[in-house]
Ligand binder design. Structure first.
Ligand code: XMP
Length: 525
């Protein structure tokens, strides 16, 4: 991955003593890492092939072994280096992770025929893990195999009706296993169990706070950037905004932000970016008014992929021109998130890589040789938002729903014209106003208007109309991979519909999209 500049860190930084979540192939591995961070403890997801020596080098405060799909005795079942258990690191095995501990530490695992999928009633005895919790509680199970004998020296601390060994612990060696999933919301006391493991068993302090993240990152950015100049492309979205503010806090006016206004933004969006950055935070900002250029290039284009390509290419061209006119700039800020790092398999490199020497990333031209500064590389999206709040970013920007790079161009079916953009922008603005009025904005992953390329007949007054419909799209989702259409209350739909039809000339009908993803996508193009 190119040259990585190792950065100095302060002694007490939470990143120095991470809780490592060892991914054994379970669907909840990333969720475990997030839950640990919600407990204000820094965690990282790592692959299960790390050797005991490699784990030891990372100096973890604790280990959590995730669930996994396989049986521990199956051919090719994911394994860990059993020497890891000899390192003296407090360890919690969850589901498959617990079974692996049992197998490798002198216990036994078998297919008992007593599979459990779903809710189970757990009866727990005295244990640090269940401290301050009721002796009986509901937990979420999902397993075919069961532990039939705990590891040597461990005692059983919980059971359910079909799983006599639902938790075990070796207090002295601080090795804990639970058959159920504390990380899912269906285990109501799950987060408290994780906290008990982290705070009581492992003794890790909850110091991973937005303020600590900011302090640490600011120091790292300063050390890495020195007195060089830095460039950041602002999109109006939360990631680039938080990344820019962190860098600005670290190196002040060495940062220049470039905001390319392609004219495909929503109502007032460009103004908000300029007010917030230039006005409120005093960040040096180049506001490039490139609306005409984009519209000219989009004229006559209807194909969605063609639109994406044009907007992407034109964006780079404009950005390059601006960057060129700024003179000698060494660093480029990129809002890469921890989930991107995990997805690209980069998680195992650890936290050092704030800066990467790079070219041609995110569609930037190959000859634009800048080094990337990625101050959000360690953060999940919700953490980025909390950091944004801590930095004093306005609520509207921090909690903004995702918005696609090509903007309204892919929400106008068919040709993008100034007239059609104006209609969609107004419809979208009405819709968002009503969604906010009903206090639904934060509950929805996205809510927006789409302008199809058809007209239908209507009647207004005594006049027959032949005008556009507006499609309302509102979805709930965790990660945009899947989504469900939101069950918006009828009165909210009614308010949106009547306002759009009454207030926007050229629209005579509103329809609501009731498709989930898959098979539909969230966007229409
Ligand atoms: P779909 O429509 O594929 O969208 O269900 C999933 C998520 O991705 C966003 N999206 C885009 N974001 N450039 C972007 O930056 C794009 O071309 C693009 N297409 C879709 C979409 O808004 C949703 O959040």
């Amino acid at each position: 991955m190119g040259d990585v500049v190792a950065l100095p860190t302060t002694e007490a930084a939470p990143e120095e003593r991470p809780v490592l979540v060892v991914d054994l192939g379970g669907q909840y591995s990333q969720l475990i890492a997030r839950r640990v961070r919600e407990a204000r403890v820094f965690s990282e997801l790592v692959g299960h092939r790390l050797s005991a020596a490699e784990i030891s080098r990372r100096n973890p405060a604790a280990l959590i072994l995730s669930g996994g799909p396989a049986s521990v005795y199956a051919d090719g079942a994911p394994d860990i280096d059993p020497d890891i258990f000899e390192l003296g690191i407090p360890t919690l095995g969850i589901c498959y992770g617990m079974q692996l501990m049992a197998r490798d530490l002198g216990g036994a695992v078998a297919r008992t025929g007593a599979s459990e999928f779903g809710k189970a009633e757990l009866e727990a005895s005295e244990s640090e893990l269940f401290r301050h919790l009721p002796p009986e509680q509901i937990v979420w199970m999902s397993h075919g195999d069961s532990v039939t004998a705990p590891p040597a020296g461990a005692e059983v601390t919980a059971s359910s009706q079909s799983t006599p060994i639902a938790a075990f612990e070796d207090r002295e060696r601080r090795l804990y296993g639970v058959q159920f999933h504390p990380e899912v919301v269906h285990t109501p006391h799950g987060q408290e169990i994780l906290k008990n493991f982290l705070y009581e068993v492992a003794g890790v302090p909850p110091t991973w706070t937005p303020a600590a993240v900011i302090e640490e990152q600011v120091e790292r950015i300063r050390a890495a950037v020195g007195d060089e100049r830095v460039l950041c492309a602002l999109s109006g979205g939360v990631d680039s905004a938080v990344a820019a503010l962190l860098v600005h806090k670290a190196v002040g006016d060495q940062l220049t932000c470039v905001f390319v206004d392609h004219g495909l933004l929503r109502e007032n969006e460009a103004g908000q970016v300029v007010d917030t950055f230039s006005g409120h935070f005093g960040v040096p900002l180049v506001h490039v008014q490139a609306q005409k250029r984009f519209l000219t290039r989009l004229a006559g284009v209807s194909d969605p992929e063609e639109k994406r390509k044009i907007v992407g290419e034109e964006f780079i061209r404009v950005f390059e021109e601006e960057a060129g006119s700024l003179g000698d700039v060494r660093f480029l800020v990129q809002g890469t998130l921890y989930s991107d790092v995990i997805e690209s398999g980069g998680g195992e490199d650890g936290v050092a890589a704030l800066i990467k020497s790079h070219h041609n990333v995110g569609g930037l031209p190959a000859d634009m040789r800048m080094e990337l500064v990625e101050p959000l590389r360690l953060l999940f999206k919700d953490e980025v938002r909390r950091v944004g709040e801590e930095l004093g970013m306005p609520e509207r920007m921090v909690w903004r729903q995702p918005f696609p790079g090509p903007g309204l161009a892919i929400r106008i079916i068919g040709e993008v014209t100034e007239e059609r953009l104006a209609i969609l922008r107004r419809a979208d603005s009405v819709l968002l106003e009503e969604i906010r009025r009903a206090d639904l904005y934060r509950e929805l992953w996205q809510s927006f208007a789409v302008l199809p390329a058809i007209r239908s007949v209507g009647v207004q007054g005594d006049e027959r109309t032949y005008a556009y419909p507006i499609v309302i799209r509102a979805v709930t989702s965790e990660d945009a991979m899947t989504a469900d259409w939101a069950r918006l209350p009828y009165d909210v739909l009614e308010a949106i519909s009547s306002r759009i039809i009454n207030e926007i000339p050229g629209v005579n009908r509103v329809v609501y999209d009731v498709s989930s993803k898959p098979p539909a996508t969230i966007e229409w193009e």
